[in-house]
Design a protein around this ligand. Structure first.
Ligand code: KG4
Ligand code: ZN
Length: 343
């Protein structure tokens, strides 16, 4: 199945967490502009996203980001076919900034509005990396807020196979980075610090949750790291244990445990469903060790693994405009008074 090219020019808007983004995409694929303004620096001091700061950051950024996206695409408002925006899930105050901007522009420019699910958009980001699609896929969405496996039968049809019982993989990496005194966001910080490390230095027990489970649980891995650093019980007053591995090895080993768990679960989901193609999207999918580990498992098992392009793994609006095109083509429009949903 391939997308008809040259049809449907959409402006996409994303503001669900701490990236303000706008993009213009034609036909669900051809990215004419793709502007992302990250708030990482504003949240770094707090070691995580502060909702109040995020909302205010979006308010400051939304107008210039929108302007830049329209200018870079060299598109006039009247050329647009629709405006797509993330309506769920995410931080309430953050979602409201993007959706209010989208509603205002849709009203002023008399354009149809499309409300997009952020997680489905992460899946679409992976689809955007290929010229043609062969459904069904087993899909892994692995981000700061979510770690879920789906069976995907079209850009708009996803059946949940399993999700995390506690922390998302990105959340586990962010918390691990905090324990290790590394910066926010934790995923890239651990990737950099562990780049030269030995992934076999520390053997973390992989949280596979029994032989058939398609669920995830990463909080135990984080506790195991804490005990590795501070000793049994993880008491902070206890001095670091003598002989603890170098930081690079700790980071590489922790990252490898997360990557290996995710890869094995993808293979397990393929075996359980009889599907032989894997789609991978979400911020953590940017991780090079995860991409290499998953690709190696897929090769061994005769599976095809499709990853979102690195720049489209983390939050962006190209994936919102892209998925918005699928909704728009199917006539799935949203009224001007649609609501947002945090969960
Ligand atoms: O998709 P995303 O931008 O936002 C959510 O929808 O959550 O994902 C953010 C998450 C954070 O937890 C961040 O640490 C992680 O993605 N992340 C990475 C990398 N880049 C971002 N994790 C591992 N390696 C990376 N290179
Ligand atoms: Zn996201």
């Amino acid at each position: 199945m391939s997308v008809p090219a040259g049809q449907g020019l959409l402006l996409g808007i994303e503001s669900s967490c701490d990236e303000t983004a706008a993009a213009v995409v034609r036909g669900g694929r051809e990215v004419l502009s793709d502007v992302v303004r990250s708030q990482n620096d504003a949240h770094a001091a707090w070691g995580g996203v502060v909702p109040e700061i995020a909302g205010r950051g979006h308010l400051d950024a939304i107008r210039p980001v929108l302007q830049e996206a329209m200018t870079a695409a060299a598109v006039r408002p009247e050329q647009l076919d629709a405006i797509a925006v993330t309506s769920r899930p995410g931080l309430l105050g953050s979602l409201l900034v993007g959706t209010t901007a989208a509603k205002s522009l849709a009203w002023a420019w008399r354009k149809p509005l499309v409300a997009v699910d952020h997680l489905q958009a992460h899946v679409y980001a992976a689809l955007m990396s290929r010229d043609s699609w062969e459904f069904p896929y087993v899909t892994l969405v692995v981000s700061g807020g979510h770690t879920s496996l789906y069976r995907t039968d079209s850009p708009l049809a996803h059946t949940l196979l399993g999700a995390t019982r506690d922390d998302a993989a990105g959340e586990a990496l962010d918390k691990a980075a905090k324990l290790l005194g590394l910066g926010y966001p934790g995923g890239p910080a651990i990737e950099t610090a562990g780049a030269q490390g030995d992934p076999r230095a520390l053997r973390f027990k992989l949280p596979m949750l029994g032989p058939d489970s398609l669920e995830f649980s990463f909080s135990g891995l984080k506790t195991a790291l804490l005990y590795t650093l501070k000793g049994p019980g993880g008491r902070p007053e206890q001095p670091d244990l003598p002989g603890t591995a170098p930081l690079a090895d700790v980071c590489a080993s922790f990252e490898a445990a997360v990557a290996e768990t995710l890869a094995r679960k993808c293979v397990r989901a393929c075996n359980a469903t009889g599907v032989d193609r894997i789609l991978v999207g979400g911020g953590v999918a940017r991780n090079r060790r995860l991409r290499a580990t998953l690709a190696a498992h897929a090769r061994r098992e005769g599976l095809d693994a499709v990853f979102a392009r690195p720049e489209h793994c983390t939050d962006n609006a190209a994936m919102i405009a892209g998925l918005g095109h699928a909704h728009w083509s199917a006539g799935r429009l949203a009224p001007l008074d649609f609501d947002v949903a945090a969960r």
